[in-house]
Structure formats: structure tokens, C-alpha cells
Design a protein around this ligand. Structure first.
Ligand code: ZN
Length: 314
């Protein structure tokens, strides 16, 4: 089909959220504690609508079910990916996600969660939590029981443009002062390991210690990110990750680049600048899906985009 599916984001208020989705991205957000923009999502907790065209007003989940041809007739029961922009004004809780097998047992029909982060912007001296220092499960359990959080949790400094892959079983947290674009499996299962003993409306938020211990990988191993940059007429494509769940690339356009949509579907988010796709104006904050069979297209302007697709046929 030769019609691009522009998607309307959904916003989530969070105790740790801020207002940068308004000040940086110009979205009309509900309040000053908005932590997440669900930019492309068909998840039941936030099912995005199509903005215009043939399918205007349809939700992405209904399109997936009723028009599978738009997505290459893939076999997954639900749209498999979820794209978010996150504005962390405060630290997020330290958490871990299950893999597909554990998720399906825990909440039948659910996907596990592999996720990755492209850092859009961050304050100076901002850090991120990835991994832990326990050498095996026994040590992990002991350190958790003894609340030796500082010793257990691995923290590293980050800067704008960094990219991280968070596999299931990885202890992780986004920290205050970070804005990032997240590409993830469409799942909402999070096990909270530690919340800095914070109170939310006078009460601590629920922790999931048993489930966390079940799924945390020991010892922790970082996923090494080795971006591959290729230059094309009109810009560059940087492949950030090629995983079985998703391939994520950053595209920097300066001029006109000819491309091809030869995947089942392709998610695209404009993260900076403005331009056109096939003579349709696009700008920072726009998100769209290029459907199956779209074929050749061109991007013109001065802008940066993040795109994702699944590099296998299901
Ligand atoms: Zn997470």
C-alpha cells in the first residue's frame, strides 16, 4: 500500500516525569509530570490512533487484526513493538523484565521485554543503571536481603547519542535528567527490585523481589554496542542494533536520500529537524509506520530519524 500511517502519541503521567515532552517536543501534554510518550503502540495500556487518511481514527491494534496485509501478514498475535520517548526528571525505580517464556507463564499471552535506549539528551553528569555486581544467584540473593544496593547496582555515566541494549534479566534504571527514545517489545511487565525507599502518596511502591530474583541473569554481561555507519547520497544510516526482536537505525538526512521499504513494516520517529517524506511534511515529534509493500520512498531535509523493523519473517 502506498499510504504512510501517521500515529497519534499517548502520554503517561508518572511520579518521575517532567515537562520536556512539551518544551523539547512541542507536544500538548497533560501536566508537568509526564514521563512517557507512547509514540507507536498497540498495547492495551496505550493503543495509538491513526491520525489521517484511509484509516483515520482506527487504533493500531485494530489495524493489526483487521488489516494484517499492512504488516506483511506477520504471525504475532499483537503488534510486536512499542516506541516510547521518556522524560525522566527523577530517577526511575531499579527494575528488570522477564523473557518471553517467563512472561507467558506470569501473564499468559504476554511478551517478554527486550528494550533499547537511544539517548536524545541528558544533563551533565547524568548516569544510567545497567547490570549488577553479584557473581552468582546466591550472592545476588544475599546482597538483596542485606540491602547492599550501592555495592550491588552498576552505574555508568552517559551522554547524548549513547545507545544501550537491555536484554531480559538485566537490572536497569533510567536516572534523573535523561531523555531517550526507547524501542521495545510490546510488553508492560516490569519487576521492581528497588525504589530508593521512596514514597508515592505516603506509601512505598510495590516491589517484586521474588520475580526479580527469578529473572535476573547472573553474572551480568553487558551487550556490546558496535554501531555500523554507512554513507549514502543525502545522509548516513547508523545501525545501532540488529537483534531478533528488532533492528534499530538512526538516519541523518542532509539533502535527499532514496530508500526502500522492503520489510514487513517500518516504524519511523523524527527526533530532530524537519523535512519531507515523499512530499509530505514531517518534523521533530512525528511518528509513522511505512506499511508492507510500500517500496521506494525519499526523505528530504535536514533531520534525524530513528527507525525500527523486524529483520525476519514470522
Ligand atoms: Zn525497562
Amino acid at each position: 500500500m502506498r499510504e504512510i500511517l501517521f500515529v497519534k502519541p499517548i502520554f503517561k503521567t508518572m511520579i518521575w516525569g517532567g515537562n520536556r515532552l512539551r518544551t523539547d517536543f512541542n507536544y500538548d501534554i497533560p501536566g508537568d509530570n509526564v514521563g512517557e510518550c507512547w509514540a507507536i503502540s498497540a498495547h492495551p495500556s496505550g493503543d495509538c490512533e491513526i491520525k489521517a487518511g484511509t484509516y483515520k481514527g482506527e487504533t493500531l491494534s485494530r489495524l493489526w487484526t483487521n488489516h494484517p496485509e499492512l504488516f506483511g501478514n506477520r504471525k504475532e498475535k499483537a503488534f510486536p513493538l512499542l516506541i516510547k520517548i521518556i522524560d525522566a526528571k527523577k530517577d526511575l525505580s531499579i527494575q528488570v523484565h522477564p523473557d518471553d517464556a517467563y512472561a507467558d507463564k506470569y501473564q499468559p499471552g504476554s511478551f517478554g521485554k527486550t528494550e533499547c535506549w537511544y539517548v536524545l539528551d541528558c544533563d551533565e553528569n547524568t548516569e544510567i543503571v545497567i547490570g549488577h555486581n553479584a557473581k552468582d544467584k546466591k550472592e545476588l540473593v544475599r546482597m538483596i536481603e542485606e540491602k547492599r544496593w550501592k555495592e550491588l547496582i552498576r552505574v555508568k555515566p552517559i551522554k547524548k547519542g549513547d545507545f544501550f541494549q537491555i536484554t531480559p534479566g538485566t537490572v536497569h534504571a533510567i536516572k534523573a535528567g535523561t531523555m531517550l527514545l526507547e524501542t521495545q517489545q510490546s510488553s508492560d511487565i516490569t519487576f521492581r527490585l528497588y525504589d530508593y525507599d521512596r514514597l508515592d502518596n505516603g506509601k512505598p511502591r510495590q516491589l517484586h523481589i521474588k520475580e526479580s530474583i527469578d529473572v535476573i541473569s547472573c553474572p551480568h554481561r553487558d551487550v556490546v554496542i558496535d554501531p555500523k555507519i554507512t554513507g549514502w547520497e543525502g545522509g548516513t544510516i547508523t545501525e545501532l542494533i540488529n537483534d531478533k526482536h528488532y533492528t534499530v537505525q538512526k538516519i541523518d538526512i542532509d539533502g535527499t536520500m532514496a530508500m526502500e521499504q522492503d520489510k514487513d513494516f517500518m516504524n519511523v520517529s523524527v527526533i530532530d529537524g524537519e523535512g519531507e517524506i515523499d512530499n509530505i511534511k514531517i518534523a521533530k515529534g512525528d511518528h509513522f509506520i511505512i506499511p508492507f509493500g510500500y517500496g521506494q520512498f525519499s526523505l528530504t531535509g535536514k533531520m534525524s530519524l530513528i527507525r525500527s523493523f523486524i529483520d525476519n519473517r514470522a
